[in-house]
Design a protein. Sequence first.
Length: 446
Amino acid sequence: MVGKEQSMGFLERVLRLSASGPIEARLTHDRLALTRFADSSIHQNMVKDAVALKLRVVIGKKIGTATVNSTAMVDVRRALGVAERLAKLQADDPDFVSLPTPTAFVTSRTYYTETAQCSPARRAEAVDALVQTAAAVKLRAYGSFATETNELAVASSLGVRAYNCSTTAYLRTVMMSPQHSGTGYADFLSRDIADIDPKALGEEAAERCVLGEHARELPPGEYEVVLTPYAVSDMIRFLGYLGFTASSMQEGRSFLSGRIGERVVGENISIWDDAFDTATLNMPFDLEGVAKRRVSLIEEGVAAGVVYDSYAAHKEGFLSTGHASRARGGMPANLVMAPGSSTLEEMVKSTKRGVYITRFHYTHCPDPVKVIMTGTTRDGTYLIENGEIKHPIKNLRLTDSVLRVLSHVSLISSERKLQRDWWGTFTSRLPALKAERCMFTGATTF
């Protein structure tokens, strides 16, 4: 870890190098330690340390950027020269107003020493707990255990000064029967490694795997569905990066474009972005050093708003909501869905004939305005009949509008879980859902 004093001192030196106009400097230092395992054996341990300095130079209404993976001043000067030259070559951007000015942000705990100092031996012990749990029921375990430390420091010639250090721990596993006739999945994500219980995670995946052996075919069609938070995370991901951003709404690519104040999903659905919720991967500020704000996105089924970075906010005369990301326009990073009062068991019992979905695989969205999602089920798909899980079924291809599914949600769990989607692009705190309608357009052979 570089630390606040050294990081901010370095950025102060960087700012003093430029005299051409306003400048913003962002320093990141990321340390990833990863243990991978397959066929119940660890096959890789790795550590990656990466440092990056991104410079943004403004000359009038022209902006130039450059990134360098070095803190040597000779490299910084070279990158700054590139950014300045690129700025001069740009056409004026009529929508650009200014880099952000300082905002006061509230800090909360994001760093856990135990996570940051996790050793390969400790990760191996967690893997061993999974392997032993799998072996007890004659299964094999696959997956990975990652611990990360991430430092973010931002400074600008307009007075922005922001620093934060955070940690994350992420353990996930797929268990498989020797004949590959069943698979089961489970994962857990937290800033604090102490929250992760490898044995419980292994038992969750093993139970799904045993239940999933010898799957039968189910014809495609429309069914009731029970969705675990793993499955819900993939659906919410599409709302997040395709619909809840200011740029997508301004450009007419969002399902919210022209619909603020209208009902877009069922009235029992409320979603917001809250970086101060410590049950999420909380953060005090964004990549521009702007204080994060809680933003209501859907209130009781009604479209309520989107998130902004400084550029998108200035286009509408607004202030940034503190959601600057690597993509212009802003991006939610701490999505939360309101809980209900049900449980997964109650959802199953209330289902006459439906499909229990653990998670999805390789999901895409061919129509962002209608939020059409397609992808296959995976690692725990079962037929529900008369309130009971009858038997495993071969994986199905879902092709349906996320908005339509969320318009027919009948039950929401009271328990919520921090989840990453299949692609690992979003982290959201989500409940399990039961939806009365969900369309499957195809089936797989396994």
